[in-house]
Design a protein around this ligand. Structure first.
Ligand SMILES: C[S@@+](CC[C@H](N)C(=O)[O-])C[C@H]1O[C@@H](n2cnc3c(N)ncnc32)[C@H](O)[C@@H]1O
Length: 273
């Protein structure tokens, strides 16, 4: 298989004039895989919310914390939904640092994220990147990379980190997450972060206006709207809460108050049946 994978022909052309959430995120974290339009959109988002890079750094810290919790619980395989462009502390980077031999499948619908993910994993037989819409849980779970690399009879670390707020169709999002949760073995973990409407108000509307002109509009949700993504999986301590609480639990470096409370973050475990 070449580095672009068996589905290379299915990748859509990239429009460099249209900012993409994957490339904006990459730029805000110091990455180089972005175009002028992405950098302009990032600048507009950052001027509406100067804490944005700090929020994303905290998001990366949480990702590392969630992967560490999963590895400590004996999990050695990950499904990273909305995996983004590797190299700035995304799921693949963190999983490889924490668990050099673990299996990881990333899923993204951004062609630049998929191409860079496949280039990054080309020499890594335990990792692959699938070009797919994560909302199609059945197709993702039945795909060759997932079937070939992940053993769904054993616990999986399911990552949905800084992704759900780019999916506006709440019903489809909740239904897709129910599909993933049902397919995974007891002991699996779901780690997610989500932009919090209450905490980001009123500036979130300015940021949303920026993202409305990108590949994916943004929707901030509150805790009661985010909880259904976990279904009946009990949350680990400290629950669904801000980065501030996660920083104090993990003893990691904090950021400003606004940055620390902008996102909700949580990890839940599938109970034994
Ligand atoms: C802000 S980035 C986060 C990347 C990574 N999860 C992290 O936290 O470092 C969001 C990613 O989700 C992807 N994404 C958004 N909606 C998606 C969908 N419906 N299916 C698959 N990927 C999606 C975007 O293309 C982008 O790469």
């Amino acid at each position: 298989m070449n580095v672009l994978g068996e589905q290379a022909e299915a990748l859509p052309e990239v429009d460099p004039q249209r900012p993409s959430v994957a490339r904006i995120y990459n730029f805000l974290l110091g990455g180089r895989h972005n175009f002028a339009a992405d950098r302009q959109a990032a600048a507009a988002a950052r001027s509406a919310m100067p804490e944005l890079p700090a929020i994303l750094r905290l998001n990366g810290q949480f990702m590392a914390e969630a992967v560490r919790l999963a590895v400590e619980a004996g999990i050695d395989q990950f499904l990273d939904l909305g995996c983004g462009i590797p190299g700035t502390g995304t799921g693949y980077d963190v999983a490889r640092r924490t668990l050099p031999a673990g299996r990881i499948v990333g899923v993204d619908l951004d062609p630049v994220a998929v191409v860079h993910g496949r280039l990054r994993t080309a020499d890594d037989p335990a990792a692959d990147v699938l070009f797919a819409d994560l909302l199609n849980a059945g197709a993702v779970l039945g795909s060759p990379p997932v079937r070939g690399l992940l053993d769904l009879d054993r616990p999986v670390g399911l990552l949905l980190v800084s992704v759900a707020h780019f999916i506006t169709d709440t019903d489809r999002l909740v239904a897709a997450l129910a599909g993933y949760r049902a397919a995974l073995a007891p002991g699996s973990l779901l780690a997610l972060t989500h932009a919090c409407r209450k905490r980001l108000s009123p500036r979130v509307d300015q940021v949303r206006r920026v993202y409305n002109n990108t590949t994916a509009p943004m929707v901030a949700r509150d805790g009661d709207e985010t909880m259904p993504l976990f279904g009946d999986w009990p949350l680990l301590e400290p629950g669904l809460c801000t980065f501030k609480e996660w920083c104090s639990v993990s003893g990691r470096r904090g950021e400003s108050d606004v940055a620390e409370s902008a996102f909700l973050a949580g990890v839940a475990r599938k109970p034994e049946q």
